[in-house]
Design a protein. Structure first.
Length: 404
């Protein structure tokens, strides 16, 4: 009765089973995986948000296939206000070009954006190249859109870098696009300018597209860094995805976008086809589209709170790991709000995460959740409340010290 694309395993894995047991026990949980900012104790400008959503025009249904013009203009303004944007726009796209609202398509979330792009670019059975490690959601999106994923590895050596030899080895006649996560989730590594240039050259030569996930682009580890957006494109057809979920710490608002760039003829054709796809669904709600400009204007205060929390938790983590004899190493990161921890490996990461949960009431992601190819990795969110984060790290260290 059901399609094969939904033939997933529905039995709980060992960590999910352990989490169910823990919840039934009633014990307090130190959740170091939480990534929902609305559940982490941040102070939201409630009245401003509610006022933005109370626009009387929301009572009228006036659908626009690509999204309401003023919402798309608000997104274009967001890119125009990014550090270094003007210089990059002039150098790469021509003075005054920038990101045009006409090249923006609004969607309800980046997951929907991926689905639109997979449908736009791929026949059933075609391939999308994806980084490993990275976010596991891609596997479900690929299944639902009848495409295959071909992983290409990220290498770690005093920082993360692309393995272009392995990337080229992953190509097949059915490769249609390369997916970049900028910065990567969970490694926090940005695509460097020289790497971006290589990706563009390779994809243009093979008539493949670049799909760049930039949801964490505003969260950088160094104030001196100013990573460029892929929204300005280059020689390859390029799609940049982002949204309010991370930019404004408002995942419940369900508004994201696709920015199309690249060679004029290809970009124009892509927008025309995306417009038909979007018109078929008309997913984004009118209230949040009307509020988009005001919500984006509030992002500075929210991002400042998140950056302060990330910095405080990271400072505590590094101080704790710097103690003599600590068995944990933190891998270098450049952005995002996760930390990858290298831990002693005497079994699977999942078994370690289960033991940590059962014995210490601390929840961490095992590395294989993000497609790490080897055991010995745990992934922690850096946005939990500071007290909970500190206690969780303390228990993790004590647990590993006793296990040695």
């Amino acid at each position: 009765m059901f399609s094969s694309r939904t033939n997933w395993r529905f039995d709980l894995n060992l960590l999910a089973q352990a989490l169910e047991r823990h919840r039934r026990s009633g014990r307090a949980l130190l959740d170091l995986t939480v990534s929902n900012p609305t559940a982490c104790g941040f102070a939201y400008p409630q009245q401003e948000i509610l006022t933005a959503l109370a626009d009387p025009r929301a009572l009228v249904y006036a659908p626009e296939s690509k999204g309401l013009p003023e919402a798309r203009q608000a997104v274009a303004d967001y890119y125009r206000g990014r550090p270094g944007f003007a210089d990059t726009a002039v150098a790469d796209m021509g003075a005054g070009h920038g990101v045009s609202p006409d090249r923006i398509v609004l969607v309800s979330g980046t997951s929907e954006g991926y689905s639109y792009l997979f449908r736009l670019l791929c026949e059933p059975g075609d391939e999308i190249l994806v980084p490993a490690p990275s976010y596991p959601l891609f596997e479900f999106l690929a299944d639902l859109n009848d495409v295959r994923l071909a992983p290409y590895p990220l290498l770690y050596d005093h920082g993360w870098q692309m393995d272009f030899g392995a990337l080229r080895g992953a190509f097949s006649p059915r490769s249609r696009a390369v997916l970049l996560v900028h910065p990567n989730n969970p490694t926090g590594s940005f695509v460097k300018p020289d790497e971006a240039a290589q990706f563009a050259e390779i994809c243009a030569a093979r008539e493949m597209a670049i799909v760049a996930d930039e949801v964490f682009l505003d969260y950088i580890a160094s104030a001196a860094a100013s990573p460029a957006t892929f929204a300005l494109g280059g020689p390859a057809l390029t799609f940049a995805l982002s949204g309010l979920s991370k930019i404004c710490a408002l995942p419940q608002m369900k508004l994201a976008w696709i920015v199309v760039s690249g060679p004029e003829t290809l970009a124009r054709a892509a927008v025309e086809r995306l417009e038909v796809i979007a018109d078929t669904y008309l997913s984004p709600g009118t209230p949040v589209q009307l509020a988009a400009g005001k919500l984006l204007a509030l992002r500075g205060a929210m991002q400042a709170q998140l950056q302060q929390r990330i910095a405080a938790n990271l400072a505590y983590l590094d101080g704790a790991l710097g103690a003599a004899g600590s068995p944990i190493t933190r891998l270098e990161r450049e952005g995002g709000w996760y930390a990858v921890l290298r831990v002693p490996s005497s079994g699977s990461d999942e078994a370690l995460a289960v033991q940590l949960l059962d014995r210490c009431s601390v929840l961490l992601h095992p590395g294989h959740f993000f497609n790490f190819q080897q055991d010995g990795y745990l992934v922690a969110s850096l946005i939990p409340p500071e007290g909970e984060f500190q206690e969780g790290v303390s228990r993790l260290q004590s647990f590993l010290a006793e296990a040695r």
